[in-house]
Design a protein around this ligand. Sequence first.
Ligand code: COA
Length: 428
Amino acid sequence: MSQIIEVRVPDIGDFKDVPVIEIAVAAGQRVACDDALVTLESDKATLDVPAPAAGVVSELKVKLGDRLAEGSLILLLQTEASKTEKPAAVAVAPVSTAQPAPAAAPQPMATTVAPALAVETAPAGKAHASPSVRRFARDLGVDVTRVPGSGPKGRILHQDVQAYVKGAMAGGGAAGGGVSGGAAFDLLPWPKVDFAKYGPVETRPLSRIQKISAANLARNWVMVPAVSYREDADITELEAFRLKVNEENAGSGVPKLTLLAFLIKAVVAALKRFPDFNSSLDGDTLVLKQYFHVAFAADTPAGLVVPVIRDADCKGIFELAAEAAALAKKAREGRLMPGEMAGACITISSLGGIGGTGFAPIVNAPEVAIVGANKSAIKPVWDGATFVPRLILPLSLSADHRVIDGVAATRFNLFLAQALADMRRVLL
Ligand code: COA
């Protein structure tokens, strides 16, 4: 049955008293689920609040410049009869996770919905555009930093991107390299195949997280000239130590030590030793970070998400293990907040619990490196006199070659392997 729902500002983490800078809809306008309704902008981030369901806007409750906070009423939406609103989700570039709607107070006249939210915390280059405009540009293969903005303070609007594409199609932009899709690369169009001609098929739409991940991964794959480097870490002693400590603490309530926690510790030490790995490119400038926030890829039923452990340099191994476990659990339950997936310096992708002997992870821009780990295995290692069985952890580092050359990457990897072989090195 069709109903009127109140669309309110969902939990937006640290952002409070945020002005409305764009209103993308008007009363009477039909919207599809996930269409951007309004854009909010704090000094740190631009946030799109998309429609939680398809329907018709029955009444707008905000105007440009209004300052909103969590729970502020944005508009009333007459939902379509056949559709139920989707559960709220929080999305953060570059990857995100599904988020159950916060409990809402019952309303006498309408159902309250905390909608999905798109947050852009790291604007591409100096472009001033909302997440929906960035997504729109990305979908069209447009480098948003090249689009002249006609909105307030030079903000790039949807129509600016459209105008830019029109110009490019007419020969004005593509030659300058502005359109970064098939036009610029002169690629063949994506193959259109009627697979059903060859046998039975079924179709499954990508999840929201998969779509966001796909767009980010594709951009990173195309735009980051990354090289992958392999190294073996001898973790024989480390693993024996880890198992011993876990055995000692069994049943005591002390968090279980994981290899991931040691990896985070070793990666922080490597970042300190090689500061260029703790950087991001901003045009021709390298931004060197003085903090150590480490992200790790977490596999969830809804897709891949990347929670971030903040100030990992200030945390002990138990704390890192407990926090990683808590974040991974939250990720699997779809309860991660945008702030818990933002601000990483480097990412660790651990497939060690599953298997594999090596891979080439995609750099999670604007980070410049990602560390991959696969399953450790006993290997024969020559000790100078004989082969001895050692527990070897395969490490796979991918690094942006614009910032990190092969020598630096190999040294970083080697340092990481040495630190894991003897964690006393992280104290040096
Ligand atoms: N070698 C051998 N065994 C390993 C290992 C490694 N490198 N890493 C973990 N294991 C073992 C653990 O010791 C554990 O065994 P135990 O229960 O006997 O102690 C088991 O594998 C399961 O570990 P896991 O659940 O993976 O925990 P974790 O702390 O190692 O990893 C996550 C946590 C969140 C990283 C993990 O659950 C995950 O999601 N990994 C996938 C990441 C991903 O998708 N990457 C790809 C990005 S494209």
